[in-house]
Design a protein around this ligand. Structure first.
Ligand code: NAX
Length: 326
């Protein structure tokens, strides 16, 4: 048996975690031969609920669950962590403006970035799920100067998976028939789900669907899917978000399949003209625990303007929290 790895999860008593933790402990994220120690972080009022979740995890008698810690202190939860899934965030309350939400979360993620910097494993991989995910990841990373900036990523895999499901449904194909989907930019309504490179059973996707459907139905449906789930379910996406977080980390660690790629929010290196340093979603391939941006894809005028619109929003979010960026 391998040595256990330490996986820190924040917001561990929340909705997403209620699905995520059980999948991690079952081995879906890091493999069926990789024991894990879960290091769970919550805020003090949620510690009782967190104890309940921990009792249920215990009751599953997962063979791979090698230990658990529960804490309301980031320095405890992140100690020696090999992975951190930052799910906990402040939800938008009544009367709260977008900038208030950004500010409240910026405080949380600057504190957590500092704690990761101080106590986490130097080889840590971080996935930020809590919204606004891209900007929260940027803040955490900038507050962790001793860690590799590339260790911080944000989740657009749910958007990527949603886009695959929509295209598969439209073309009467299986999701596994769809390859080379891209989600560019922010995990928000400005994201650009791009099928220009996508294939369905090896055929170019743009040739299989009407342009009108792509621009007027597909893109808005993927962009607004989170809101549609809230309307239908009365609560935001939880199990699907957890499943996508599992996909994100698994592919980062174990690699992407030959001939395909995934979308991840990562620090821009200036590829495709996107401002360096912004936490922007790109198409990436993963090998040996490292991701690289897929290069030299053709970008037409429509795509360029969509990619820039979401970049502009990310710049504005970053500028709004500039005082918390060292
Ligand atoms: P919940 O409100 O059910 O759970 C969040 C949990 O985080 C709560 O238990 C809360 O006590 C805890 N928390 C708050 N501040 C904390 C802190 N400073 N340290 C540790 N824990 C803290 O929300 P849930 O449905 O689980 O969603 C979590 C986050 O994911 C939200 O920000 C949500 O907007 C975001 N999402 C991101 C998605 C993505 O694709 N990137 C999709 C799904 C989801 O909307």
């Amino acid at each position: 048996m391998k040595t256990p790895v330490r996986v820190a999860v924040t917001g561990a008593a929340g909705q997403i975690a209620y699905s995520l933790l059980f999948r991690i402990a079952a081995g879906d994220m890091l493999g069926r031969d990789q024991p894990v120690i879960l290091q769970l972080l919550e805020i003090p009022p949620a510690m009782d609920a967190l104890k309940g979740v921990a009792m249920e995890l215990e009751d599953c008698a997962f063979p791979l669950l090698a230990g658990m810690t529960l804490s309301d202190k980031a320095e405890e939860a992140f100690r020696d962590a090999d992975f951190a899934l930052l799910v906990g965030a402040r939800p938008r309350g009544p009367g709260m403006e977008r900038k208030d939400l950004l500010e409240a979360n910026a405080q949380i993620f600057s504190t957590q970035g500092k704690a990761l910097n101080d106590v986490a494993s130097r080889g840590i991989k971080v996935l930020v799920v809590g919204n606004p995910a891209n900007t929260n990841a940027l803040i955490a990373s900038r507050n962790a100067p001793d860690l590799d900036a590339r260790a911080f990523t944000s989740m657009t895999r749910l958007d990527h998976n949603r886009a695959i499901a929509q295209l598969a449904a439209k073309t009467g194909a299986e999701t596994t028939d769809v390859q080379r989907m891209i989600v560019w930019g922010n995990h928000s309504a400005t994201q650009y789900p791009d099928i220009s490179q996508a294939t369905v059973k090896g055929k170019a996707a743009p040739d299989l669907v009407p342009r009108d459907w792509y621009e007027k139905e597909f893109i808005p449906t993927v962009q607004q899917r989170g809101a549609a789930i809230i309307k239908a379910r009365g609560a935001s996406s939880a199990a699907s978000a957890a499943s996508s977080a599992i996909d994100h980390v698994r592919d980062w660690v174990m690699g992407t399949p030959d001939g395909d790629w995934v979308s991840m929010g990562i620090p821009s290196d200036g590829s495709y003209g996107i401002e360096e340093g912004l936490m922007y979603s790109f198409p990436v391939t993963c090998r040996n625990g490292e991701y690289s941006i897929v290069q030299d894809l053709s970008v037409d005028e429509f795509s360029r303007s969509m990619m820039q619109a979401t970049e502009t929003e990310l710049r504005e979010e970053r500028d709004g929290v500039a005082h918390l960026l060292p």
